[in-house]
Design a protein around this ligand. Structure first.
Ligand code: F6P
Length: 345
């Protein structure tokens, strides 16, 4: 009998730390006697049976690199004709004894559905948005908030020199974690997140007050999914949605730039951090944390803990049902935002 095969895939938006998970799965997986099969470009690779064997040699030092050596996509098998059946059939044809799916709500949602059909799957939580509810933190988030705080540091010097308002647009569709934590770390004067609709007049008041106090510049950090009070339509870049039903967000910073300048009379500029928050090398925290999640995931395969996700709870690595992981989004509590407001202005 040959070695048992474990498939690994990365789905959804990439996040710094994906390669560290893959490396850990391979290094420990080989020691436990498994052959690791990389599935390319997320669920698309499974539907197309696009795979490659990955070994300890292939993954040497990849934990230092951003992105994912396997590639990723937002393909949703449940949006393809006969997609579920094809995925299940291909797992059999590829001879996979188990599957490790590394992803956020969308990827793990598919993993959960497949698990209910008997697929032996283990999940690993990934999202820079940090909005998965069954884990205290997702890898990729630490790198993202470091990028945001570094960017805001830079914006301070130019905004201050020109006596301008700078509006910085940060990723985060429904959860404002990156904006809140990156914004506080970088010293933003106003932080706007999807969890609490904002009042433009209030923002302008804060900026004007700063000016009265001799502070001639301001930094506004806004999540791409934030909404003005009374409005329920996101700022979007394009029509339509992706295979998981998400609109393509973007444009809120530009809209605020115009309104703030009009209402305060202070010259205003905007900046969109976009994919700079996701690209590049992971922080040391993300490298280490993602490594531990990878080790946990292969341990879960060994212990046959299928239909579950590796997670961090109160400082400990545990396994939680996938169902719990995908059921509810973790958003910023009102208390946490209120706590941050002491720094507004
Ligand atoms: O899911 C993470 C995320 O980075 C969101 O914050 C953002 O809205 C989205 O991905 C952007 O996705 P894409 O790269 O497909 O435009």
């Amino acid at each position: 009998m040959g070695k048992k095969k474990v498939g690994v895939l990365t789905g959804g938006g990439d996040a710094p730390g994906l390669n560290a998970v893959i490396r850990a799965v391979v290094v420990k997986g080989e020691k436990l006697g498994y052959e690791i099969i990389g599935i390319k470009d997320g669920w698309r690779g499974l539907l197309e049976k696009s795979t490659e064997k990955i070994t300890t040699e292939t993954v040497e030092d990849i934990h230092r690199e951003g992105g994912t050596i396997l590639g990723t996509s937002r393909t949703n098998p449940y949006k393809e004709e006969g997609g579920e059946q094809k995925a299940i059939e291909n797992i059999k044809q590829l001879g996979l004894d188990a599957l490790i799916a590394i992803g956020g709500d969308d990827t793990l949602g598919v993993a959960n559905k497949l698990s209910k059909k008997g697929v032996k799957v283990v999940g690993v939580p990934k999202t820079i948005d940090n909005d998965l509810s069954a884990t205290d933190i997702c890898f990729g988030f630490d790198t993202a908030i470091n990028r945001v705080s570094e960017a805001i540091d830079s914006l301070h010097t130019t905004a201050k020199s020109h006596h301008r308002v700078l509006v910085v647009e940060v990723m985060g569709r429904h959860a404002g974690w990156i904006t809140l934590e990156g914004g506080i770390a970088g010293g933003a004067h106003v932080i706007l997140i999807p969890e609490e609709p904002f009042d433009l007049e209030e923002i302008c008041k804060i900026i004007n007050k700063r000016k009265e106090n001799g502070k001639l510049y301001s930094i506004v950090a806004v999540a791409e999914g934030a909404l003005p009070k009374g409005d329920s339509k996101f700022f979007t870049q394009a029509e339509g949605t992706d295979a998981f039903g998400h609109v393509k967000l973007g444009g809120i910073a530009k809209a605020l730039e115009k309104e703030i300048e009009k209402r305060t009379g202070i010259e205003t500029r905007s900046v969109v951090l976009g994919h700079l928050q996701r690209g590049g090398s992971p922080s040391a925290f993300d490298r280490y944390f993602a490594t531990r999640l990878g080790l946990k995931a292969i341990d879960m395969v060994e212990k046959k803990e299928f239909g579950k996700m590796a997670a961090l709870k109160k400082g400990e690595l545990v396994s939680v049902p996938l169902e719990e992981a995908v059921g509810k989004m973790r958003t910023v509590d009102k208390e946490l935002l209120d706590e941050a407001k002491v720094f507004f202005g």
